[in-house]
Design a protein around this ligand. Structure first.
Ligand code: NAD
Length: 517
């Protein structure tokens, strides 16, 4: 652990690491409480971090507002050039940052590195966008009139992130916010501050080398107090929040009550549907990856599996065999390249896993594989380990727990008779993030994609519910919050839009044939 931390210039002993940055002259500071970053695989305390108090957040927001006021007039392609340099610097440290994500969050190394790769990819996208963003020109009904939409920088963007993607989700937001001319203030999850501090240090080095204000990429580590300060402060023009539905509901109402804007990425309860004509070995691999990757702690993890009755028993036996080939032999240290399943993030996550399995059994679910907390040996004995679990559900109306998102590797499996029934099952939950359909039937695929199909924000045909690329907009419908980040038109949310009419005649033309003579 200490070699990973020191490779990223994070102190490994002594005073708590400061988790607040907004001003090169003031340096790294923080006057809030001290929080701990803990390795979920071992229970080892990695570091202590001094967080931001409410007063610190206020200072940061004032500094970020000042930084925005200069940055907004810098031409967008020049902003893109600064981001390109950050991209190069981040990519040079990708191996170390990937290890830090694994160490602090608990996801396996290829996923930790992949997450930082996603940040780098998003910066590539945003650098390109910095030369093309703009509004459309609209034909006017009046002669010698010109109508266009203008995208100006918005102001200060607050970004509150969840523990499970400590790098990539900030990357989506920061990259777009930066090239559209805003200052960004990041509050990471209280359990993953080190990834945020290391990433911010890399960004700050590039900003300093370009004589740019550090408050363009400010950091306020902390928990509810720092988060609440960002949510309620009018100085935050856009609040991008990633986290649980319960917290997201509260956040969105508080932001709306001050007429601020929020961008929400909340919980998922993602389903995979397997039709009888599917490539079953492919479906098996895709479902196993999506259910077990990040130990079931992705917002896009597959949590519900609906199998056509004609292939259900065959698929279930292949799936249980796949689980048994992974657990326990491929469970372990996330930094070991052979590991496929790492720990849960916290002790509380283990309790929620146990409670969900108990409730599922009480409601009539049958545990086919797993279901237990695991006692690991040696260094891993202090970690948060549970068995990947499959629960067979005969009656979906009885097992109500499967309609909730439990952030753990629990997969509920059930059978259906018709595609319409499977679509209805997919849509029967509050959340609407990601879903998968496995079939070779183009008609079935179009039915799922079409107007009477799946209500999910992300639809995959013959591909996993998790593992989206950055080019398409990422986000979910319904209680997932309707947010869209990363690709597509997501950049538009970080702009202040004006519809501008320019009359270049000497007549006052009125629209809709109105006269005022
Ligand atoms: P969480 O809701 O517990 O915490 C999210 C963030 O909110 C943290 O940074 C936390 O410190 C902060 N927070 C806590 N109290 C606050 C307050 N009063 N005001 C403002 N902020 C406050 O979520 P979590 O356990 O970190 O993350 C898991 C959840 O995130 C899951 O539900 C998962 O599906 C969701 N998630 C969604 C996406 C997506 O893109 N849809 C991506 C990742 C995670």
């Amino acid at each position: 652990a200490s070699s990973v931390l020191s490779s990223l210039d994070l102190p490994t002993s002594g005073q708590p690491i400061n988790g607040v940055f907004y001003d090169a002259a003031v340096g790294w500071t923080g006057s809030g409480e001290v929080q701990r970053s803990t390795n979920p695989a071992t229970g080892e305390v990695l570091a202590e971090v001094r967080t931001a108090s409410k007063e610190d957040v206020d200072k940061v927001l004032k500094a970020s507002r000042r930084a925005y006021e200069s940055w907004r007039t810098v031409p967008a392609p020049k902003r893109g050039e600064a981001l390109r340099q950050i991209r190069v610097a981040m990519n040079e440290r990708i191996e170390d940052l990937g290890k830090l994500v694994s160490l602090e969050m608990g996801k396996v190394l290829s996923e930790g590195r992949g997450e930082v790769q996603e940040f780098v990819d998003e910066m590539d996208l945003a650098v390109g966008l910095s030369r093309s963003i703009g509004g459309t020109v609209v034909p006017s009904e009046r002669g010698r009139h010109f109508i266009t939409e203008v995208a100006n920088p918005l102001g200060v963007v607050g970004v509150i992130t969840a523990f499970n993607f400590p790098s990539a989700v900030f990357g989506w937001n920061f990259s777009l916010s930066f090239i559209t001319g805003n200052a960004t203030v990041w509050k990471p999850a209280p359990t993953t501050p080190l990834t945020a501090i290391a990433s911010t240090k890399i960004i700050q080095e590039v900003l300093a080398a370009n004589k740019l204000d550090g408050a363009l990429a400010a950091l306020v580590c902390g928990g509810g107090e720092a988060g609440e300060a960002l949510v309620t402060d009018k100085q935050v023009d856009l609040l991008s929040f990633t986290g649980s539905e319960a917290r997201g509901r509260d956040v969105s109402m508080k932001v709306a009550s001050r007429f601020g804007q929020s961008l929400l990425e909340l919980g998922g309860n993602n389903a995979a549907i397997v039709l009888p004509d599917a490539n079953l070995p492919l479906a098996l691999r895709a479902v196993t990856f999506a259910a077990l990757g990040t130990s079931g702690q992705r917002c896009t993890s597959t949590r519900r599996l609906f199998l056509h009755s004609s292939i259900a028993s065959h698929f279930i036996s292949s799936l249980t065999a796949a689980y048994k080939s992974i657990s326990p032999s491929r469970m372990g240290d996330p930094l070991d390249g052979k590991t496929l399943v790492g720990p849960l993030h916290t002790r509380d996550s283990v309790k929620r896993f146990e409670q969900a399995v108990k409730t599922a059994k009480e409601q009539g679910g049958e545990v086919l594989v797993g279901g237990n907390v695991v006692e690991m040996q040696g260094d891993l004995a202090g970690g948060n380990w549970v068995e990947p679990t499959i629960v067979l559900v005969k009656d979906v109306n009885q097992v109500a727990i499967m309609k909730q998102e439990t952030f753990a590797p629990i997969l509920y499996v059930s059978a259906f008779e018709s595609l319409e029934e499977a679509i209805a099952l997919n849509n029967s939950v509050e959340q609407g993030l990601s879903m998968s359909l496995f079939t070779k039937d183009l008609g079935a695929a179009m039915q799922v994609i079409g107007p009477a199909g799946a209500d999910s924000g992300i639809i995959n045909v013959n591909s996993s519910t998790s593992g989206a690329e950055i080019g398409a907009p990422f986000g979910g419908n319904k209680s997932t919050g309707w947010g869209r980040e990363s690709g597509g038109d997501a950049w538009k949310r970080y702009c202040r839009w004006s519809s501008c009419t320019l009359n270049y005649s000497d007549e006052l033309g009125l629209a809709q044939g109105v006269t005022f003579d």
